[in-house]
Design a protein around this ligand. Structure first.
Ligand SMILES: [Zn+2]
Length: 174
């Protein structure tokens, strides 16, 4: 119903009354994110609230999306659910950003006009892993065998067994 493309929050208005936005946006409409995910067909949903708080304008909210990334171990798609909260404060320059209380991340804008889609995209990009990998390496193993069965597989090296030495000791006693 609601799409964030082209929608703005005017943070100057939040001085007088709280502002809110809630809706969804297609991943495909977020170009920086779309260029790094394996599939752009999904949606991101978000809630954003801006209000005057302690002498500054804070922008808080939540972004959710079930992203599909490419596992860098097996190069198959992997689901990467994002459910992230953000706690920002509007700053107009570097000095304001440096003086910000630690609980806030700076939201830099000279005019106070914040593109909602870009805000959502920033939060999703921040939530991405440095390197996308299946959490369980076994999932990758399955994928690799599907594509290229190991023909001349190297003999598996047994991991060192801490009980092996114990076995030797036990046998020695009998
Ligand atoms: Zn993998």
């Amino acid at each position: 119903m609601s799409g964030a493309s082209g929608e703005y929050l005017d943070l100057t208005r939040a001085r007088h009354q709280p502002l809110g936005w809630a809706g969804t946006i297609g991943i495909a409409a977020l170009p920086r994110l779309a260029s790094v995910v394996a599939d752009t067909s999904g949606l991101a949903s978000a809630k954003v609230h801006a209000k005057h708080d302690g002498g500054q304008i804070t922008v808080q909210g939540k972004v959710e999306a079930n992203l599909l990334l490419t596992c860098q171990r097996c190069f198959r798609k992997m689901e990467f659910p994002v459910n992230t909260d953000f706690n920002l404060a509007w700053v107009r320059n570097e000095t304001e950003a440096m003086n910000l209380a630690d609980v806030y991340e700076p939201l830099m804008s000279i005019s106070g006009r914040v593109n909602i889609a870009e805000l959502i995209e920033d939060e999703l990009l921040l939530a991405l892993p440095m390197v996308a990998l299946h959490a369980a390496p076994q999932k990758c193993d399955l994928g690799v065998r599907d594509i290229a069965p190991p023909v001349a597989a190297e003999p598996e090296v047994d991991p060192p067994n801490p009980f092996a030495a114990l076995e030797v000791l036990k046998r020695g006693r009998h």
